[in-house]
Design a protein around this ligand. Structure first.
Ligand SMILES: NC(=O)c1ccc[n+]([C@@H]2O[C@H](COP(=O)([O-])OP(=O)(O)OC[C@H]3O[C@@H](n4cnc5c(N)ncnc54)[C@H](OP(=O)(O)O)[C@@H]3O)[C@@H](O)[C@H]2O)c1
Length: 344
């Protein structure tokens, strides 16, 4: 017996975290999943929803038992709420998060915080200048699974980490938004952002050395890409994403003592496996409950707001900026700069 054990997740009791009054900005697919997750698993209260139209706000409010419905995002952020969840499309996050921050509301912003580094910097600057909490909604990082990953890395169980790999592929080529270039769609913004996030969280400080991808002939957005990241000092990562096929969607972190693997989809709830150089294999089990687990990120916001923090240590603004910088570097090398992919 080696005596090795995997750490247990360090996460709060979902019902014990202080309850915030949440406002939902936008009424699309992820907004509904987020509200359902909070209502089913936490003491968080979703009290208001805002939409571009009063009718849609009222419909969403009725579907989800939400008290207040507003026909504009401006009215929503002016209402008496503790936190705003921005659930609009990628290119609208900047404007809508700005609205919330200027109203002094702590804000959780769907990923990517914005696809443009200049806008992400402006949001971070605004949040910091106002002293208002802001966090990119990378829900993976708040999951119990990723608490285990973080502790394995912090405890040095893998030895020296030399390589990271993350792949994510889902056939979404016909999706109304996710492959629409006018809405900032494509493999980089919708799902590649998770793979870039993973590489950057595990090995911060890498830069993109090479990237290849191409626009889908019919839809016009980037259908798939591969990128090679490195630091010139022996640490490297490979990152890839596809909207054309359901690729393995796994990730690993390879170290001199052991390799950590996350099976598909690596950014959602699921197990963690650590395989040591001597052949021993340790496994943490977690059911693959997908988007029902979106509530963990809301608990992290509530915990931080209650503690008076302006950022979450699980997803600092600097880590968000670093991820978006990697996305921009890859786009440049692919000949698909943000300005081209985001034309509206
Ligand atoms: N965490 C995850 O796993 C996950 C999964 C899916 C998506 N997301 C992220 O969540 C964001 C939203 O994705 P989604 O799939 O929920 O999108 P969606 O279903 O298209 O919803 C987007 C919402 O944005 C609002 N909106 C404002 N201006 C709009 C415009 N010009 N055109 C269309 N909609 C507009 C609409 O709400 P109103 O009509 O009420 O104003 C719409 O319902 C994206 O940034 C995406 O990356 C995250």
């Amino acid at each position: 017996m080696s005596g090795r054990i995997l750490p247990r997740p360090v996460v709060p009791d979902p019902l014990s975290v202080p309850s915030l009054r949440w406002a939902i900005l936008g009424t699309g697919w992820i907004a509904a999943r987020f509200v359902e997750a909070l209502q089913q698993h936490t003491a968080q209260r979703v009290v208001a929803v805002g939409s571009r139209t009063a009718a849609r706000a009222a419909e969403f409010a009725a579907q989800h038992g939400i008290e207040l419905a507003y026909g504009s995002y401006e009215e929503l952020v002016a209402s008496d709420v503790d936190a705003v969840y921005v659930a609009t499309g990628h290119l609208d996050h900047f404007a809508h998060a700005t609205l919330a921050l200027e109203a002094g509301r702590p804000v959780l912003i769907e990923k990517p915080m914005t696809p443009r580094l200049s806008e992400a910097r402006a949001l971070a600057d605004l949040a910091r200048a106002r002293g208002v909490f802001a966090m990119e909604a990378v829900w993976s990082l708040a999951l119990p699974r990723y608490s285990v990953v973080r502790q394995v890395l912090q405890q040095g169980l893998l030895g020296e980490v030399v390589e990271v790999h993350a792949n994510l592929g889902e056939r979404l080529v016909d999706h109304h938004r996710a492959m629409d270039p006018v809405q900032g769609g494509g493999a980089m913004n919708d799902i590649g952002t998770y793979a870039m996030m993973f590489a950057n969280e595990v090995l911060p400080g890498l830069r993109v050395l090479a990237a290849h991808g191409q626009r889908h002939a019919a839809r016009g957005a980037v259908g798939q890409f591969h990128a090679l990241l490195g630091d010139g000092a022996g640490r490297q990562a490979t990152v890839s994403a596809s909207m054309l096929a359901d690729t393995p969607s796994t990730a690993y972190v390879a170290g001199t003592e052991a390799t950590l693997s996350l099976d598909a989809p690596f950014y959602q709830p699921g197990p963690v496996v650590v395989r040591f150089h001597d052949g021993e294999r340790l496994r943490y089990e977690e059911p693959a409950l997908a988007h029902t687990q979106l509530f963990w990120e809301a608990l992290e916001v509530a915990r931080c707001v209650e503690a008076g923090l302006a950022e979450s240590p699980l997803r600092t603004l600097d880590q968000t900026l670093a991820t978006i910088s990697l996305m921009e570097q890859a786009r440049e090398l692919m000949g698909d700069p943000a300005s081209a992919s985001n034309a509206r």
